[in-house]
Each structure stands twice: as C-alpha cells, then as structure tokens.
Design a protein around this ligand. Structure first.
Ligand code: ZN
Length: 132
C-alpha cells in the first residue's frame, strides 16, 4: 500500500488525482488491474467527479443541506454528527480501473477527497490489485 497525507480546510472537496496517479504508477509498474483508494477517517469520504472549483463547492453545500436537522446525540460530545453521517453515506473508498500501469479515468473525472470536519491532516491509502 502507498499512503499520502493531505492538509484540508474546514469543509472542502479536494482533487487528489495527482497523488493517486503517482501511487498507482509506483504500485502497478506497468500492469493492469484495480486501484483501491481508501480514506482512514470517519468524517471524510471519496468520490469521483469533475474537479471544477464551483462544482466542488456546490457538492459540499448540497451534501450538508441533505443531512436533516435532528437532535444528534453525537453532537453532545463531538459536534460533528453531520460529518460522520455524510462520510458514511458517501463511502470511504473508491475502486478505479488501471490499464498498463496508468489510472484510467474519464476525461472529466477526478478523484475527490471530501472533507466534512477539517481542518486536519488526512491520510489516504492506495492498494493495487493486479489482473491475474
Ligand atoms: Zn465525531
């Protein structure tokens, strides 16, 4: 596994495609297979979408507006229940195709780290599973 860290803002979608590509290049060594990208945290998520700055802010706004305003028990101790709920709903990993050692994404696709409770140092892991 290759890992890297990202210093995040309070809430943001961050394009981590360059870091993922670099990790895949090291792990795959020209082979084809699947890259499994994982975030080691309970208030971040991963998704694949367009890394357009307006859209990335829209994603964060829309995600938070989608969480109902309830009397969250977790907020008594940590005040970040909404961040946990979004991380859980969106998911903490993505699996991506790798062809000939290179990440194979669509023209407008990027790997986005979604930070819901920063600023923090976040650790991301990349595993490569080769074709057999
Ligand atoms: Zn919490």
């Amino acid at each position: 596994m290759e890992t890297f860290t990202v210093e995040t803002a309070r809430r943001e979608a961050r394009n981590i495609t360059p870091e993922v590509k670099e990790a895949v290049k090291k792990l795959a060594k020209g082979r084809s297979g699947v890259a499994f990208v994982f975030t080691f945290h309970t208030t971040t998520a991963l998704t694949v979408n367009e890394a357009e700055s307006g859209l990335m802010e829209d994603l964060i706004d829309a995600y938070f507006s989608a969480v109902p305003e309830l009397n969250y028990r977790h907020n008594r101790i940590d005040n970040n229940a909404e961040a946990h709920i979004l991380a859980s709903a969106i998911g903490n990993s993505v699996a991506l195709p790798v062809e000939g050692g290179e990440l194979k994404l669509g023209t407008w696709q990027s790997v986005l780290l979604l930070e819901f409770d920063g600023p923090r140092t976040r650790k991301i892991g990349v595993k490569f599973i080769p074709e057999i």
